[in-house]
Design a binder for this molecule. Structure first.
Ligand code: ZN
Length: 191
């Protein structure tokens, strides 16, 4: 695929690439590294904590996350997860060909938004504690277990790689509350 990383920008619902199942990245070359860098830049510009490759129009299994640590100490988890697990990362990270395994604890309800769905926020359930395995930009494989916002961000971005959006997981109430905002986006997209 011929890609100029500098021209990438965030695409919005209902762009069809957001519903595509992304393909694994077979070779981590300079283009992939440049795309990763550009995605981090776009994520910061949009003041998000994560961005997946389909959100910049590329059906690749790759996402970026930067969940800054909260200045307040994390509350003691009440869901049976380990208090020592990280809930943030030290800086922006690029995750290539990620897989999520080993969910622990009871699913939790929390509000989420998405950079590809402006003005749409709603509640959905996620696993509070998951393990992610991925390759970095040097091709090194990593495995890390996390909780809190970092675990949530990983699950949200990983969903994008399978064409799954937050609106698919919203509670019934959130679905109702966001119906008109979603219609407005659909209208904009088709004009
Ligand atoms: Zn999203």
């Amino acid at each position: 695929m011929d890609v100029d990383p500098r021209t990438l920008k965030i695409v919005y619902f209902p762009h069809p690439v957001l519903r595509t199942k992304a393909k694994p990245i077979e070779r981590i070359d300079q283009v992939v590294r440049d795309v990763g860098e550009r995605m981090i830049e776009l994520m910061y510009e949009a003041e998000g904590i994560g961005l997946a490759a389909p959100q910049v129009g590329l059906p690749w299994r790759m996402f970026v996350c930067h969940v800054p640590s909260s200045p307040e100490p994390a509350p003691t988890p009440s869901n049976g997860t380990d208090a020592d697990l990280p809930d943030a990362n030290a800086g922006p990270e690029v995750y290539i060909n990620p897989t999520i395994t080993e969910p622990h604890g009871l699913p939790e309800l929390m509000e989420e938004g998405c950079l590809s769905l402006p003005r749409v926020r709603g509640d959905l359930m996620r696993q509070p504690d998951v393990t992610l395995t991925w390759s970095d930009l040097d091709g090194t494989t990593h495995t890390r277990r996390a909780t809190g916002l970092l675990a949530r961000c990983w699950q949200h971005e990983n969903d994008h790689l399978d064409g799954v959006l937050i609106i698919d997981r919203f509670t019934q109430l959130s679905r109702m509350r966001t119906r008109s905002a979603l219609r407005a986006l659909e209208k904009q997209g088709s004009s």
